[in-house]
Write a protein that binds this ligand. Structure first.
Ligand code: UD1
Length: 430
């Protein structure tokens, strides 16, 4: 079992290159099978979630060629099977994007129903409501969603809540439905826009992505495309918080600063200096940070995927901060581990009351989920002494070479697999 071992206390200083957005790439990979021509995707992050979805796509019969670490060619003309294996959905919920993609292209899809996950119960009723509105018959049998239609037709769909997944899944199926679909109360996240741009590059006709009304005019077929995935705003935000929590100075490169505005605003509020460039942001934390309040909201609000990272940062800021999680019900699991490192946090319902402390001390902790795991690594980097992080498999789902990028910024950390390696690291760092 792989673990991270960290000797904390060094401010992180230097430059880091951000990769492609995992959440955009997951949906775009699924959408890539909607044409019989070859799609070439670039700036794919080399992370576990992406590699599992590539396997799932090849398992239903598509041809997948990994051109290099960040580029893949996909050809969906050889798909024989519209049913996705439970193995894949168990590993990544986002394989449910194959539902919208297969239903749009073949008017039939069978995908196991994803269960809950570590951050909450995560229903997909809005996705199914959208497919039904497009004319599909949707049944749940033996744990799988079976969606089929003679013909899909455009519809006017009001989402009951802002959902990234439902907006994207409906957008994919509607791209190949007859007539016009309107999605109201659509999610506006940058990855929704990226998926729409990709579908349009294949010949779809989608307008309004990035606003709360998305209009789709269905087309009969989609064609080949070459497309580069948008930079990952959550990976970028994670390094921004790492700079803040370790009192560092990091130039976060290859980003779209506009996508980071909610994070930038919070970091400035607590006393960081954030400088924006065309495709980079520099975060400098030269003084003790101060308290603030944060509430997670759909884009352009403060992202739920950045809640644990700001929580760790505020645990080290002067004064009492309040963090309210309004998207998922179970996203404070990192708090118990952080308390073991000396943080002073009380969770009541969907709110964490954080009394900032002067410092944290290293401990053996475990990573409860992807973003919480990354946040605890930041805590370890800011803490005095040695931290060992277990269950880093969650972190590897969404961060490419996290330890390498952090080490380049001066972090003393290593990925280890045995007690012997832990002892060797301890001897080396003294
Ligand atoms: C996506 C992201 C995830 C991020 C989340 C919110 C991917 C692969 N994952 O997840 O990292 O944390 O957006 O920004 O892109 N809901 C329903 N019914 C539905 C759909 C959603 O009740 O049919 C609820 C959810 O439980 C949640 C809220 O709506 O409370 C938002 O969820 P949603 O935007 O759909 O998140 P995901 O697409 O699953």
């Amino acid at each position: 079992m792989e673990q991270y071992i960290i000797k904390g206390g060094n401010p992180l200083v230097g430059e880091v290159e951000i990769g492609g957005a995992k959440n955009a790439a997951l949906a775009i990979l699924a959408a890539a099978i909607m044409t019989d021509e070859t799609v070439c995707l670039d700036n794919l992050p080399d992370v576990n979630d992406i590699n599992v979805l590539l396997e799932a796509i090849s398992c239903i019969g598509a041809q997948v060629e990994r051109v290099d670490r960040h580029t893949a060619k996909i050809n969906g003309s050889t798909i024989e099977d519209v049913s996705v294996d439970y193995e894949y959905i168990k590993k990544i919920r986002a394989s449910y994007y194959l539902l919208g993609a297969l239903l749009g292209k073949y008017k039939k899809a069978e995908v196991p129903l994803p269960g809950g996950c570590n951050i909450g119960s995560r229903p997909i009723d809005q996705h199914l409501k959208g497919f039904r509105a497009l004319g599909a018959k949707v049944d749940i049998r033996h744990g799988a969603i079976i969606a089929q239609a003679e013909n899909l037709h455009g519809a006017h769909i009001f989402l009951d809540m802002v959902s990234v997944g439902a907006t994207i899944n409906i957008m994919m199926a509607a791209s190949m439905a007859e007539g016009r679909t309107i999605i109201e109360n659509a999610a506006k996240e940058p990855h929704v826009v990226d998926v729409a741009n990709f579908l349009n590059s294949m010949g779809a006709n989608i307008k309004g992505a990035g606003t709360d009304v998305v209009r789709i005019r269905g087309v009969e077929s989609l064609h080949k495309s070459t497309y580069s995935i948008v930079p990952d705003m959550i990976e970028a935000g994670t390094f921004m918080c790492a700079a803040a929590a370790t009192k560092g100075d990091i130039m976060v490169k290859n980003v779209i600063p506009k996508h980071l505005e909610a994070i930038t605003a919070k970091l400035e509020e607590i006393g960081c200096e954030v400088e924006e460039f065309d495709d980079a942001v520099r975060v400098v934390a030269s003084k003790r940070l101060t308290r603030t309040h944060v509430k997670t909201l759909p884009y352009p609000g403060y992202p739920t995927d950045m809640q644990p990272q700001i929580g760790v940062t505020l645990a080290l800021a002067e004064g009492t901060s309040i963090v309210t999680e309004s998207i998922f019900e179970n996203r404070f699991k990192y708090v118990d581990e952080l308390s073991r490192m000396g943080a002073n946090i009380k969770v009541e319902g969907n709110t964490a009351i954080i009394d900032g402390v002067g410092g944290l001390t290293g401990a053996r902790i475990s990573s409860p989920d992807l973003r919480a795991g990354a946040a605890l690594v930041i805590a370890g980097l800011a803490a005095e002494g040695i931290t060992i992080v277990d269950d880093i498999v969650y972190i590897q789902r969404g961060y490419e070479d996290f330890e390498g990028k952090l080490s380049n910024l001066g972090a003393e950390m290593e990925k280890v697999t045995s007690e012997k390696e832990i002892q060797k690291f301890k001897l080396r760092v003294g």
